[in-house]
Write a protein that binds this ligand. Sequence first.
Ligand SMILES: NC(=O)c1ccc[n+]([C@@H]2O[C@H](COP(=O)([O-])OP(=O)(O)OC[C@H]3O[C@@H](n4cnc5c(N)ncnc54)[C@H](O)[C@@H]3O)[C@@H](O)[C@H]2O)c1
Length: 372
Amino acid sequence: MNRNVKVTTNAGSYPAQIGSGIFSDFLEKRWSSSKAERLFLVIDKNVWNLHRERIENTLQHIDISYSKYLLPEGEKSKSFAEWEKIIDFLLEHQIKRNSPLIAIGGGVTGDVAGFAAATVLRGIPLFHIPTTLLAMVDSSIGGKTGINHSIGKNLVGSFYQPSAVIADTDFLSTLPDKEWINGLSEILKYAAIRNDEIFSDTNFFLNRNADYRNHPGIELLIEKCIRVKAGIVAEDELEKGIRAYLNFGHTFAHALEKEAGYQKVSHGEAVFTGMLAALHASNRTGSDLNEIRLERFATLYSLNQVIYSFPIKQLIKNMSTDKKKTGANHRLVLLKDWQKPFIHETDDNDLLQDAWNYALQTVNKSGKLKQK
Ligand SMILES: NC(=O)c1ccc[n+]([C@@H]2O[C@H](COP(=O)([O-])OP(=O)(O)OC[C@H]3O[C@@H](n4cnc5c(N)ncnc54)[C@H](O)[C@@H]3O)[C@@H](O)[C@H]2O)c1
């Protein structure tokens, strides 16, 4: 069964489709009789190596010419250098204003290719084919594109909505377990800030020997998450208000990713640790939330041991470069209760220190430790 969520924005709406094998159908329907002279693909190198045959067969079948740029995997590719290389590639292949750019990969590919689509020729049509769980439930939806700067994460970018998002769950067949758990972090975020039902939908992750790839509920779970995000984006596309709630845990997370040089800690791991910190800070500011609801997932994460040596003072300093900071205060998304997020502006160092202590100790105690 194919699922469809309409994502509404100021400029109109676009479909987010979820289903098995829908990538080929979509390309065929959209381009077999299209006037687009050439498709431009930006593809994560790993995804190309793993799914090359299917992608090539589909393109041959439609009989359309295409040019592809293979993006090196990993967060390091969300850089000025890679953005520039994609722009060079597009211009050298004489891209036109109506030429579609199709981003095939995880959040990294979507973010940097999306930013290239937003900026080349002042904007060309963009299509997201997310291939990680995280990208399906989160980064492909809502139009945030961008790259990192040495001063901090996602500091350069734009809001640029795609024309369609095609979440073909067949891509997930090759996704390593670690990346499923990275996606789980953003799913738990939706449970915490908006839809309590999602907590029980994620219980299967905790089963020993859980077979994520063949879980019958995965498409419905992805759809539920997209609905949460689409609902928030429809109300506040440009993050003037409630869209900030989607940053639950993220101010802490970005500080951790920066400290790890965008290498030793993945975005999903950092978000999970950051949500633990935000949850603890919520309780310190008067809420009464059962921390076990998130804590129990810590056993699934295998964080690099190196993060336990990060000085908390430095992590707090890193939080200062986050976009969400206003004036002297840190702007945190906390919870009054489950699904009741609010913005808490604070310069209380003890609160931050305590939140970091709890989060790092929890992942240290429960997580599977990797050696350096
Ligand atoms: N734009 C937004 O709204 C938004 C929201 C959340 C996160 N993000 C960003 O998303 C990024 C994280 O995304 P991510 O977790 O998808 O990371 P990613 O894109 O780096 O992908 C993770 C890993 O999975 C591999 N991979 C991708 N698809 C695969 C497949 N089908 N099979 C096997 N391997 C596959 C990639 O090569 C990579 O090694 C971060 O940069 C984060 O800031 C953006």
